[in-house]
Design a protein around this ligand. Structure first.
Ligand SMILES: Cc1cc2nc3c(=O)[nH]c(=O)nc-3n(C[C@H](O)[C@H](O)[C@H](O)COP(=O)(O)OP(=O)(O)OC[C@H]3O[C@@H](n4cnc5c(N)ncnc54)[C@H](O)[C@@H]3O)c2cc1C
Length: 386
């Protein structure tokens, strides 16, 4: 039976690149995935456009300090790497990097092209167990194959299988929670469901620790979504608990006194307060603001204190967070970096490597999670090629 130099488990972002770079160094590589094609998961990334990386790269966008790894393979190295695979990329105005085709299919196509060109053995099967005996790993699959290899790279993301393997080889895991996910609110938001509000400033507060994001939000039946909410969910994920407050400043470009003046000035233009607020917000949001302020709509009942109350609600539209939705983009937690060497090899188990999302590294939206997938894949491949 053929014995491989390296068996890469998981042909997602990190596993595929790791296998390609190893094969380029003449290593005999076996790449296994339960999907029929490598890099299949990439197709859903970046809304089908695959946000590969970001011009602005540093540990501040991650759950922990990974500067040591990024210094060895950064965003510009990613662009060069993919250029060598034949990919043209561009940065959008916010620094996000995409293929020029604006299609994740192009990225998958180029990766598969490399796999074919280098003659990498791609096996479609699910790995169910890994054993280590006589300096050799046996990788057991659902279809009853036993693949022999000198080294193993776990690039299969976080799931029951990978958790069991980490446990088996004594690699500690950090608590796993969803991240980049819509947040559930205690308050019922059904009346606002479907409403998008742009240019808001949103602050999460967890036991006095705060984090602020700017951008667009989208109300759901029982919660809020949007890229800035996803990014705040990473803050909750870092705390391993989805409990806290969210305050939205609906008009962050204006000072409170300017909003007060704006409302006062417009009172002779509109019939009532609801109409007036619709000059600034959607009908649903205007009603909700008045509802929260507990103010009758007609002007005759409205005094300066009431207007101030409306201003306070506009600048501090508050929700209590008590959970998250199911559609998380990443999982936070996983293999504790302290159990791995600087080359992401297990400190206790020789020739066992971990890369990608299975490591306890996660970032915010904008290409940061894929950058970690590429960075970790290259670090592992370089070490194994030595
Ligand atoms: C909807 C969505 C959009 C996203 N968009 C972006 C984006 O634009 N930019 C960004 O930076 N990040 C994005 N992400 C996150 C990014 O996709 C992940 O961080 C990244 O794919 C992780 O790479 P990985 O190699 O660790 O794992 P994955 O890419 O998840 O690959 C793991 C592979 O392992 C295989 N596998 C698992 N278990 C087994 C087993 N037992 N046997 C065989 N095979 C197995 C799986 O089939 C899979 O192919 C997005 C995620 C989602 C869900």
């Amino acid at each position: 039976m053929q014995e491989f130099d390296v068996c890469v488990i998981g042909a997602g972002a990190s596993g595929t690149v790791c296998a390609i770079e190893l094969a380029k160094q003449n290593k005999r590589v076996c790449l296994i995935d339960r999907f029929d094609l490598p890099a299949k998961k990439l197709l859903v990334t970046g809304n089908g456009r695959c946000n590969l990386t970001n011009k602005n790269m540093s540990s501040e966008f991650y759950n922990q300090n990974i500067d040591g790894y990024l210094n060895r393979f950064n965003q510009f190295d990613t662009i060069e790497l993919f250029e060598r695979y034949g990919l043209d990329t561009y940065f959008d105005e916010e620094g996000r990097c995409y293929p020029i085709s604006n299609s994740a299919k192009t990225v998958q196509f180029l990766l598969i092209n490399q796999i074919k060109k280098l003659g990498i053995d791609f096996v479609q099967d699910e790995v169910v167990d890994i054993n280590f005996e006589n300096e050799t790993y046996s990788i057991l699959t659902e279809q009853n194959k036993s693949i022999k290899s000198k080294a193993v790279v776990l690039a299969c993301g976080i799931n029951n299988f990978s958790n069991t393997v980490l446990q088996k080889f004594d690699i500690d895991t950090k608590k796993i929670v969803p991240s980049l996910v819509a947040l559930k609110t205690v308050e019922n938001t059904k009346k606002l469901s479907g409403q998008r509000v742009s240019n808001v400033c949103i602050t999460a507060n967890i036991n006095g620790n705060t984090k602020t994001e700017n951008g667009e939000i989208l109300f759901k039946d029982n919660g809020i979504s949007g890229i800035c909410v996803f990014n705040l969910s990473a803050f909750f994920a870092k705390n391993k608990e989805f409990l806290g407050k969210i305050c939205i400043n609906l008009l962050p470009k204006l000072q409170k006194n300017e909003i007060f003046e704006n409302i006062t000035k417009k009172m002779n233009i509109f019939e009532d307060m609801n109409d007036l607020l619709q000059s600034l917000f959607s009908k649903q949001l205007a009603s909700e603001i008045l509802n929260r302020a507990d103010i009758k709509n007609e002007y005759k009942n409205i005094n300066k204190n009431d207007i101030q109350k409306i201003v306070d609600i506009i600048t501090n539209f508050e929700f209590n967070i008590n959970g998250y939705y199911d559609n998380n983009q990443v999982l936070s937690g996983g293999a504790d970096l302290l159990c791995l060497t600087e080359n992401l090899e297990s400190k206790k188990q020789k020739n066992l490597f971990v890369c990608g999302e299975l490591c306890d590294v996660d970032g915010i939206c904008g290409g940061y999670n894929l950058q970690w997938a590429w960075t970790s894949a290259i670090i592992v491949a370089k070490k194994l090629a030595d």
